[in-house]
Design a protein around this ligand. Structure first.
Ligand code: TA6
Length: 298
């Protein structure tokens, strides 16, 4: 029987919980309900936490799994139906949820798994510039794998359209020696070349700045890291799109919360609903976006 210990911690301005079991350790912040780090015992970290992370209210931490909601990325790059939902100005990158305080609804053991449930109360009509009534919950399950599930339920009486992502930062030995499998043959949007649509050939290898939206993604993508002898698997649900990002040398230098060489040790695969994979919620309807993150030795 797994036993879990839960300790509250303050990191800079952020309230956090550190949860440990005999198998793994997880750090999660109240702001954004953001998983900040996750590591299985005896293994290198699975999720990456920047050495220069800034723990400040109103700023998403460069780490773990920021929740991008109710839009992904630059709002102006979203379809009109997503843009029309927001009446505020300016529109913060990656939406509103990642910099607000969430409410911890509970932490409980369910068999061998610890289930942590959060809600964003402001999504019930109180988000600045976004006057819609959505019940937004994030469930994080820590068991043999780490599972996140983000559920949006439209409690209002008009339709709501969102884009969203679980913007996961993975830790790797060296991104230049790492590949992503599961993308061969997929169409993708190359955001670094005028958002052209292109087609992936083979696995994705990293040789420069990368910022792509993959379309019609399969359920499982994986990160193969030969130096750390491991394969990280991401099994998604409620998603047909994924964003893969690495800032590489020059962009990393521009990011105050990333070491100049920090790009070598991370890559983002963001389980998403973006581009033509939007979520349209009729009154009363709900949608769950999920990812199950596992790891095996190779
Ligand atoms: O998901 C990729 C991306 O949208 C990139 O374009 C990059 O800017 C990254 O997210 C990080 O965004 P952030 O607002 O957290 O600095």
């Amino acid at each position: 029987m797994a036993t879990f210990q839960v300790v509250t911690e303050q990191h800079g301005e952020l309230n956090c919980w550190r949860i440990s079991s005999d198998r793994a350790e997880l750090l999660i912040a109240q702001q954004g309900a953001q998983v900040l780090s996750y590591q299985q015992v005896g293994e290198p970290p699975l999720l990456w936490l920047s050495d220069q992370a800034i723990f400040r209210q109103g700023k998403s931490v460069r780490a773990g799994v920021p929740v991008c909601w109710p839009w992904f990325g630059n709002l102006q790059r979203n379809p009109e139906a997503v843009q029309a939902m927001y009446q505020g100005t300016p529109a913060p990158a990656h939406g509103l949820a990642r910099t607000r305080d969430w409410k911890l609804l509970g932490i409980k053991e369910v068999g061998e798994t610890l289930r942590i449930e959060f809600e964003l109360p402001e999504a019930r009509g109180d988000l600045p510039g976004w006057p819609h009534d959505v019940e937004l919950k994030l469930v994080v399950e820590m068991g043999a794998d780490l599972t996140l599930s983000l559920t949006s339920r439209n409690m209002g009486n008009t339709p709501v359209t969102i884009s969203q992502a679980l913007h996961s930062y993975f830790a790797v030995s060296d991104v230049r020696q790492t590949r992503v499998e599961g993308v061969d043959g997929l169409g993708y949007i190359e955001t670094l070349a005028n958002w052209e649509q292109r087609q992936q050939q083979g696995a994705l290898m990293f040789a420069g700045e990368t910022d792509r939206i993959y379309l019609n993604t399969p359920q499982t993508l994986s990160i193969v890291d030969p130096h750390w002898n491991r394969r990280i698997t991401l099994a998604s649900s409620g998603s047909r799109s994924a964003v893969i990002w690495n800032p590489w040398t020059e962009r990393a230098k521009e990011l105050a919360d990333m070491a100049d060489d920090g790009w070598q040790r991370m890559l983002c695969i963001e389980t998403a609903n973006v581009w033509d994979d939007l979520v349209e919620l009729k009154p009363g309807a709900s949608h769950s976006l999920g990812v199950q993150i596992g790891c095996e030795n190779i």
